[in-house]
Structures are given as structure tokens and as C-alpha cells.
Design a protein around this ligand. Structure first.
Ligand SMILES: *Cc1c(COP(=O)(O)O)cnc(C)c1O
Length: 309
């Protein structure tokens, strides 16, 4: 199942600031693993797809917004692995379809729309029962691939990474981060950068995810997970919000290092790391690993929003 994916590569980032502080910095390029099924969304899908196949489901059903990286990846993964896909999209249908959704349809995904109020019920048994009545035997994956199968897949993100001391991850739900924390030994540090406003609530969410994972009958690589913390100051106003400073940073980073960042997640985390570096947050000698979680297809959505504004 995984042979069509390039293993994630590690790219060194050299700059004046890393040199003057005396740290080593690299990026783990999950964005390059596959043209469509990449980033953390692939890792979160992996064990969901395996479970669906093992239990003889032929159709996946999942949820997302109109520019969702998860919808995009699920549609492509379904096609690659021979599963039908249904995407339940938040909000009204728009015509023509945006680039994310037209890609999903090209991959064979069937799209269904739920008004925002109904969409909020997406994790309830009631709505899921309704969806099963309507679509038959479907394997339901939560929005973002954010379940324990998702955590399990994310424990593999760092499997081939070069050695490091501190790892930095952009967080939406914290599922990816939880997997990473579970995969690391005690000597390592993991830092989560929530991209939502008031992201401090994620501390509890991540603790719950870790506990739920550890109490489920699932494989664990280490019994003692690493030290971790949240840095909540780099949300830039909240989900999918950007400003000129972030756009400029992203552009410069791309020019200097040849790494394109997505504006919703990785640009904010990379900006945060660079800023913290200037503030003396990291120690001299630290080997810092930034995870590029992908999501580049979503940049189209941000650009469209900027043009409209
Ligand atoms: C979905 C996503 C995240 C957030 O993942 P969580 O597991 O929800 O924390 C981070 N980066 C990118 C590029 C994403 O698409």
C-alpha cells in the first residue's frame, strides 16, 4: 500500500539566524511524498483505509469544508486504493466547483452538501445513522481523518527522519501532534503551534487523545512519551486568516529555501519558529525539525479569498 509514496525527505535550512543562534534546522518534507495524497493527511488516512479494506467496505464517507485538504486527499486515496468515496461538504453547493472540489469529483468522489447547522452534527450517531440509511454500508472517517487510526498513522511520520532534538508541528485538531508525541522518546521535545485563535484548549484535547490512544488496544512504540508544549501566539487571527506579514514571510521563505508553505498551517508554524529563534526560545546546539505537513492545494482557496477581499 505504501510503495507508491516517496519516503519523506529531510532538507537542511541554513540562514543567518540559524547560524547566529547556533542551531541546526531542517524540514521534513511530507509535502513531496505523492502529488495528491501527501502530508499528514496521508498518515491520518492510512489505517482508516486499511481498516475499511479489512472489514470489506467498498465506500468511504467523510466530511470537510470546501477547500479541505482531507477531502482532497481522501478522494485521491480512494481512487488509488480502489474505494468509492463520498464527501460530505459543509455549506452550500457553489457553481462552478472550486479547484479542491472539482479535483475530488474528477477522482470519482460523490459530493453531498449539508447546511452549517446540520454539519455541526457530523459526529453524532443520529446524523451518521441517517447517512448510512441514505448511502448504505459506508466506512465513516471523521473530518480531517482525526480518529485513533489517524493518531496511529501519525506515529510513523518520524520513522525515517534524521536525528533531532526538537520537533515543531502545526496543529488543527492535534491528532497529528498526538501521534508524533507518542512516537518519541523522553529526551525529545515536541512543540505544537495551534493555527486556531485561542488554541490553548488544545492542551486538553491532546491529553485526551493521548489517553484514549493509550487505553485503546492499539500498538504503541514507546511507553514514555516525550515532553511537549503548545505555542499559541502564531494563529494570525484564526483559521485561514492571513495578513501581509505572513504572505511576505511565506514568499521569502520560498525564495530563500525553495520550500513552498501553505498559508493555513505550515506558514504560521514556520513563521513562529523563526520568530521564537530570534527571541532565544531555542537552545544553542538544538537540532530543530519542522514538519511540512503538506496542504499546498489549499493555497488556491486563500488566494481566491484575497482576490475577493
Ligand atoms: C490538517 C492539517 C494540519 C493539522 O492536523 P491536525 O492533525 O488536525 O492537527 C496541519 N497541517 C496541514 C497542512 C494540514 O492539512
Amino acid at each position: 500500500m505504501t510503495s507508491i509514496f516517496l519516503p519523506p525527505s529531510t532538507q537542511k535550512i541554513d540562514s543567518d539566524i540559524t547560524q547566529s543562534v547556533g542551531v541546526e534546522m531542517s524540514v521534513l518534507r511530507l509535502d513531496l511524498m505523492h502529488p495528491w495524497v501527501n502530508g499528514n493527511k496521508w498518515y491520518k488516512l492510512k489505517y482508516n483505509l486499511l481498516e475499511a479494506k479489512e472489514r470489506n467496505f467498498t465506500t468511504l464517507l467523510t466530511f470537510g469544508g470546501a477547500y479541505s485538504n482531507h477531502i482532497f486527499a481522501t478522494a485521491a486515496a480512494g481512487k488509488l486504493f480502489g474505494l468509492n468515496t463520498i464527501g460530505v461538504i459543509r455549506g452550500e453547493e457553489t457553481s462552478p466547483l472550486n479547484s479542491t472540489l472539482s479535483f475530488a469529483v474528477q477522482q470519482g468522489m460523490q459530493l453531498v452538501y449539508l447546511d452549517r447547522k446540520t454539519y455541526r452534527q457530523r459526529n453524532t450517531t443520529e446524523l451518521q445513522t441517517e447517512l448510512r440509511e441514505r448511502f448504505g454500508e459506508v466506512f465513516i472517517i471523521p473530518e480531517g481523518g482525526s480518529n485513533l487510526n489517524g493518531v496511529r498513522g501519525c506515529m510513523e511520520i518520524l520513522a525515517q527522519a534524521e536525528d533531532f532534538d526538537v520537533v515543531c508541528v502545526a496543529c488543527g485538531t492535534g491528532t497529528t501532534f498526538a501521534g508524533i508525541v507518542l512516537s518519541l522518546s523522553q529526551q525529545k521535545r515536541a512543540i505544537a503551534f495551534p493555527i486556531l485563535k485561542n488554541g490553548a484548549f488544545l492542551k486538553q484535547e491532546i491529553e485526551t487523545l493521548l489517553q484514549n490512544y493509550l487505553s485503546a488496544d492499539l500498538p504503541v512504540p514507546t511507553k514514555s512519551s516525550c515532553a511537549w508544549e503548545l505555542v499559541c501566539d502564531y494563529h494570525f487571527g484564526g483559521y485561514a486568516k492571513v495578513n501581509d506579514e505572513l504572505l511576505k514571510f511565506s514568499q521569502q521563505f520560498q525564495q530563500m529555501h525553495g520550500v513552498t508553505l501553505d498559508y493555513v498551517y505550515t506558514a504560521k508554524m514556520f513563521y513562529g519558529v523563526m520568530d521564537l529563534l530570534k527571541q532565544g526560545f531555542f537552545r544553542k546546539g538544538d537540532r530543530i525539525l519542522l514538519i511540512h505537513t503538506g496542504g499546498l492545494q489549499g493555497n488556491v482557496g486563500i488566494k481566491e479569498k484575497l482576490i475577493k477581499a
